[in-house]
Design a binder for this molecule. Structure first.
Ligand SMILES: [Zn+2]
Length: 85
């Protein structure tokens, strides 16, 4: 069972969280269309470290930035999401 250490609640089962998306796919409304298409639809989806946006949906409901390895699922860090980071 994968545990995610929520900064506000402590270690909780992954089942309490919802994966939202990779951070790189969060795009502002002022980004040109060509760049938007490239960032959303031509990503490499590479294996390895990934910065992701998750939500503690069945807990404190906070949005979290999680650094996770996509193959081993080892979590390097968990922080409350700051939209400008
Ligand atoms: Zn929480």
């Amino acid at each position: 069972m994968l545990l995610i250490n929520c900064p506000l609640c402590g270690p909780r089962a992954q089942a309490e969280f919802n994966f939202e998306r990779p951070v790189e796919t969060i795009i502002g409304v002022d980004v040109p269309t060509a760049e938007l298409v490239e960032r959303l639809y031509t990503r490499t989806n590479a294996r390895g470290p990934s910065a992701e946006l998750w939500r503690h949906a069945r807990g404190c409901r906070a949005w979290l930035r999680i650094e996770r390895h996509t193959v081993t699922h080892v979590i390097a860090s968990v922080a409350v999401w700051e939209p400008q980071s």
